[in-house]
Design a protein around this ligand. Structure first.
Ligand SMILES: Cc1ncc(COP(=O)(O)O)c(C=O)c1O
Length: 405
């Protein structure tokens, strides 16, 4: 029987292949160090958990909540944007709470896309950026991820050669998986271009607070006039180590926020009220929790870059996010990222995310997540050193068919 139309647009998850190998190795007794999935391992700060526990005891909080987010939560998000970015938002018309930023992004795609609409999407990128729109019937045109001098010319080309004219451009800085960071000047150029060309901007700022070298990543909404064309998604998942809580936001352009709010009002009743109240407390806190989370990732980043380099694998130090985007060592590059990732699980007991899972332009890389502690990262480096020491032998035993075409 033919597969359903929507399901046909969703290829099997590439990461599943590595996950299966990982599970099999663990069943066989291997101690796999998992740098694959971007699943924060740090516990949610105690004050936030305590708040949830307090609130959940009140039965009034057990009823359906508010789909767009309780007023105090939207106000707290407005205060965060004012404090952190100097951006003034109206909590009633320019902010909607989402069940994690992923849900917000996917339902924004549902809300604004007509079949055949063209969306400009970075490649490689976090999969929902493309698949949210594919599920909504849109068509994807890939864009470079580097926020450099070639970006605007690429944007011009994309607009000239797309029919119909693209509806929206997706930005994601700091970027998953590449960890590239955008400057405010870059955003100014893009916003200027988007306004002139009636192009919407969807900015995914999930890593707003995970940065290491003293430069807080800007928001696209800091650019004067950005509110005319842009919405931005933020997440509590990484900032406060709350991935399982499913709490995020979309903010910005009123027409876009209204469209998302309308779609969500048909789909959900909002997050559980105690979660919304605890998230409000987190956003209103003094920022000490954020600093702690950031410091842990910072130390792990330094340990990873340092120990992996000594093991023979040079990895550019990411300036932000919880990922390193690591070029596959030259001797293995012809295999492509999936085969290389499989080898790492089988021969080095280290799981990574193959770059191809983020798009065709990611295939020379693997993504290493900073979700194991420093001790385990050192252990991974030692294991990789042994693995790289037997490169010739390993490659002799790889079937030629394993190399990508
Ligand atoms: C770039 C990016 N956007 C969004 C998300 C999803 O975050 P959330 O937990 O808020 O849905 C992630 C999670 O890994 C991400 O990397």
């Amino acid at each position: 029987m033919e597969e359903f139309h929507k399901v046909r647009r969703l290829p099997p998850y590439v990461f599943e292949q590595v996950n299966r190998l990982k599970a099999a190795a663990r069943t066989g007794g291997a101690d796999i160090i998992d740098l694959g999935m971007g699943n924060p391992d740090l516990p949610t700060p105690k004050a936030i958990v305590d708040k949830l526990v307090d609130v959940v005891r009140d039965p009034r909080t057990h009823r359906y909540s508010s789909s767009k987010g309780i007023p105090g939560l939207r106000k707290a998000q407005a205060n965060y944007y004012a404090r952190r970015f100097g951006v003034k938002l109206n909590p009633d018309t320019q902010i909607v709470a989402t069940l994690g930023s992923k849900e917000g992004f996917a339902n924004m795609a549902q809300a604004i896309t007509a079949p055949g609409d063209v969306i400009l999407c970075p490649n490689p990128t976090y999969p929902i950026h493309a698949f949210g729109f594919l599920m909504a019937g849109g068509v994807i045109r890939s864009m470079q991820v580097e926020p450099d001098e070639n970006f605007i010319p690429a944007l011009e080309r994309a607009i000239r050669h797309s029919t119909p004219k693209p509806l929206a451009l997706i930005l994601n800085y700091p970027s998953n998986p590449t960890a590239y960071v955008a400057t405010l000047d870059f955003y100014k150029e893009v916003v200027d271009y988007a306004r002139k060309n009636e192009l919407l901007i969807l900015s995914d700022l999930a890593y707003s607070e995970i940065y290491f070298d003293g430069n807080p990543p800007p928001s696209v909404l800091e650019v004067p006039g950005a509110m005319d064309v842009a919405v931005e998604f933020t997440s509590m998942s990484k900032t406060f180590s709350m991935p399982g809580w499913r709490m995020g936001f979309a903010v910005g352009n009123e027409r876009l926020i209204a469209a998302l709010t309308r779609v969500k009002s048909y789909l959900d009743y909002g997050a559980f009220t105690p979660i919304q109240v605890a998230a409000t407390a987190a956003l209103n806190s003094d920022g000490a929790e954020i600093e702690e989370v950031r410091a842990v990732y910072h130390r792990r980043r330094d340990v990873m870059v340092d120990t992996f380099a000594r093991a023979g694998w040079e990895i550019p130090a990411p300036a932000a996010t919880m990922f390193a985007w690591a070029p596959i060592p030259a001797a293995f590059r012809h295999l492509g990222s999936l085969e290389f990732s499989k080898l790492l699980v089988e021969k080095a007991d280290v799981a990574v995310a193959p770059g191809i899972g983020f798009g065709e332009h990611g295939d020379d890389y693997v993504r290493l997540a900073l979700v194991e502690n420093e001790h385990r990262i050192r252990q991974a480096a030692r294991s990789i050193k042994r693995f790289l020491g037997t490169t010739g032998e390993t490659l002799d035993n790889v079937t030629p068919l394993a190399a990508r075409r």
